[in-house]
Each structure stands twice: as structure tokens, then as C-alpha cells.
Design a protein around this ligand. Structure first.
Ligand SMILES: [Zn+2]
Length: 381
């Protein structure tokens, strides 16, 4: 693989040396189907989990920046593109860039601290809502991750310098970095004082203090690895506030202090379970009563019930000799009887559904009352 710089001169990639350059004068060197290559740029192309930059070039809107096959920044412009030789001011969407510089720098810091706990970083992603670090572990204790969170916020308070040095491959190798170098030739090594050193072509903050805060938000399993989820800066603050608002709302709704929410919910769950049990027993009693009311001397029951048809499931015994067809207001039927009898009804009245043994369920097609009368006269001979 070629070096971070691609085939072009380092002077052209202004972002590479200074991540805080917000604008520059540039000229179109090449026009492609989806964008332009410029003679110099402050736009970082997507890479290493860090999204590409967006902004403007004169009146042209740059929607994204990606790396072309030669490592150049391809500035994506939809619609008409400026011609070769066109020059104007290139301006970053600085808010967008700064947000991702914060996430990216926060990821460096967290990966470095996890490494001190013996946890390696396999893959990273920086997103609009959070950033993730996929680790090389299949299991990590919550205490370790919370400890890394504490250490990250400590490093933010200590406001460590983040800086970069260009060096030869051999010099970089000699640093014994936590991650192997993925490029050949000269490399850019990014340091967080003596906390971290890693080869990276991305754009970074100048100090950890600018991250503001970091919050561990949870983990998930991916490819057998623990992937950890983090928020930093304004996203972390917003997350904290949202969570507090949720706790306050639940606390008010339950009339319970926040620390009593869990036990209050446990109590409610218990009560709900007991009520459900009582309701089921009551429904069964109603069903038995309805069946008794509607049963003729041939032990046949056919009627439209105000109770949901499924409630009758428990009201029959397997061999009680009762043949029943019960429909509820939603057109759902329940049939208790032999399979042969059900098959006849199903064909004749276009019933949808099935079952086994003595119980069949499904839905009635067409008018419920017409089907009910038809089934009634058929079963009652
Ligand atoms: Zn980086």
C-alpha cells in the first residue's frame, strides 16, 4: 500500500499538516464524473473511520470528500462542475469537521487507555450520534470500561497536547506503537503526550481539553468481539441530559424517587402478573358460562361472542364431546371439534386458519353473521 500522502506532494494536502486550516485558495486540476481534484486542499477524504469533509468551493457545494485510487481528495460536487483551471476559495464546513475531529481524537484517547488495560482496537467508526471501538476481546467487565471512561475524562482535565510527527517507517516501528503501521514509506505518527503514539493519516485536535467530556454508553457483540459505544463533547452532554429527563419523567409517573424506580417497577410487574392471572381466570369463567348458555342438547355451540375468541381456548377439555364454533367481533373464529368436521367447514365457508387435535383457529372471510348462520345450520343438522 502507498503512503498516507498518495502520489501527490505533501504541500498540496494542507489538512495533513494543519487540521485547523478552514480555508485556502485552490485551482481545479482535474474534473471527474462526480467531482473535482484540486491543486491543493484543506478537505480531508474519508478514511480510518473518519468521515470526509464538506463545505464550499466558490459557489459550488462540496457534499463529501473521498479518497481516489491515487490517494487524492476527490471533492464530490453534484450537478455542474467548475472547469479545469477555475480557481476560488475553498471553505470547510468547520462545525462538521470540528465535530469529527473531536470524535476522532476521543477515539485515539479511549483506544490508548483501553490498550493499557490489555484491550486492543480492531476497528473504529465515527458517527453522527456516537463513535464505536471494536475491541479484540470477547468479554470485558463493565468496571474496566468505566475505569477507562474515568481515565479519559482525567486526561481531558489534564489537557494533554495532541501533536504529530512525520518519520521514517523504521523510526515509527521503533516506537513500539499499540497498532501496526498499515502503510509503507514515511508515516505520520500522532501523539497524545506520553499517553499514546499511533500512525494515523486523519485530522486531530491540538489538545485533549477540547474534547470536553467522554461517556461510555454501552457495548454490543460483533463478530465475536465486544464493540464499545461512546459519546463525547456536546453529544455526551445531551445524552446525560436526555437520560436525566427520562428518569425524571418515569420518577414522576411512578411517584417514586429516582433510586426507587427499579423496585417500584418490579412491584408493578408483580401486580400486573397477578392481575393477568385473575383476568384469565375470569375470562375462562365467562367463556364457560357463554358456552353453557348457547349449548343445545346435541352439545353444539355456535355464537357471536363479545369476548375475544381466543379466550375460549382454555374453556374446553379435549374429550368433552362439545362441538363449538365461536366468532368474535373482529371476525376471528375458534373451532372445537374433529379435524374432519373442521375441514368441511373450512372448505364450505372459506375459513382461513388451522390447528390440530380438537382446536382450530383463524379468520372468517366475508360477512360474519352469514357464516355463523351457515355453520349453525350445518352443525345442527
Ligand atoms: Zn487519527
Amino acid at each position: 500500500m502507498q503512503g498516507w500522502l498518495g502520489k501527490r506532494n505533501v504541500e498540496d494536502k494542507l489538512y495533513y499538516k494543519d487540521g485547523y486550516l478552514k480555508e485556502a485558495e485552490a485551482k481545479v486540476a482535474e474534473v471527474r464524473d462526480n467531482g473535482v481534484i484540486l491543486d491543493r486542499t484543506v478537505f480531508y477524504p474519508e478514511g480510518g473511520g473518519q468521515p470526509g469533509d464538506r463545505g464550499s468551493f466558490g459557489d459550488f457545494i462540496i457534499a463529501d470528500t473521498v479518497k481516489d485510487e491515487e490517494g487524492n481528495s476527490l471533492h464530490i460536487i453534484e450537478g455542474a462542475k467548475p472547469p479545469v483551471g477555475y480557481s476560488n476559495t475553498l471553505r470547510l464546513d468547520w462545525e462538521h469537521r470540528l465535530f469529527y475531529m473531536k470524535e476522532h481524537s476521543a477515539q485515539h484517547l479511549v483506544s490508548a487507555l483501553l490498550f493499557r488495560h490489555g484491550i486492543g482496537t480492531v476497528a473504529v467508526h465515527q458517527g453522527e450520534r456516537f463513535f464505536t471501538i471494536e475491541t479484540d476481546k470477547s468479554d470485558i467487565g463493565n468496571d474496566v470500561l468505566l475505569c477507562a471512561e474515568d481515565e479519559a475524562n482525567q486526561a481531558i482535565r489534564e489537557n494533554h497536547r495532541i501533536f504529530q510527527r512525520e518519520m521514517t517507517h523504521e523510526e515509527a516501528e521503533a516506537l513500539g506503537m499499540r497498532r501496526s503501521i498499515k502503510v509503507s514509506g514515511r508515516v505520520k505518527v500522532v501523539f497524545i503526550d506520553d499517553l499514546d503514539a499511533v500512525a494515523c493519516g486523519g485530522v486531530h485536535l491540538r489538545s485533549t481539553g477540547e474534547i470536553g467530556e467522554i461517556q461510555y454508553c454501552g457495548s454490543e457483540k460483533i463478530r465475536g468481539h465486544v464493540r464499545t459505544i461512546w459519546k463525547c463533547s456536546s453529544l455526551s452532554v445531551a445524552y446525560r441530559r436526555e437520560n436525566k429527563a427520562i428518569v425524571d419523567a418515569v420518577s414522576a409517573s411512578l411517584s417514586a424517587e429516582p433510586e426507587m424506580i427499579v423496585s417500584a417497577l418490579d412491584r408493578l410487574k408483580e401486580e400486573l402478573g397477578s392481575l393477568r392471572h385473575d383476568l384469565k381466570a375470569a375470562e375462562k369463567a365467562v367463556a364457560k358460562l357463554e358456552i353453557k348458555t348457547h349449548m343445545n342438547k346435541e352439545q353444539t355451540v355456535v355464537f357471536l361472542s363479545s369476548v375475544e375468541s381466543a379466550s375460549f381456548l382454555d374453556a374446553f377439555d379435549e374429550n368433552d364431546g362439545i362441538t363449538a364454533f365461536i366468532v368474535d367481533g373482529e371476525g376471528r373464529f375458534m373451532f372445537h371439534g374433529t379435524k374432519d368436521c373442521f375441514d368441511v367447514l373450512k372448505d364450505k365457508f372459506q375459513l382461513r386458519g388451522g390447528g390440530r387435535g380438537m382446536l382450530y383457529r383463524g379468520s372468517v372471510q366475508g360477512d360474519i353473521n352469514t357464516v355463523l348462520r351457515g355453520v349453525g345450520s350445518l352443525l345442527n343438522g
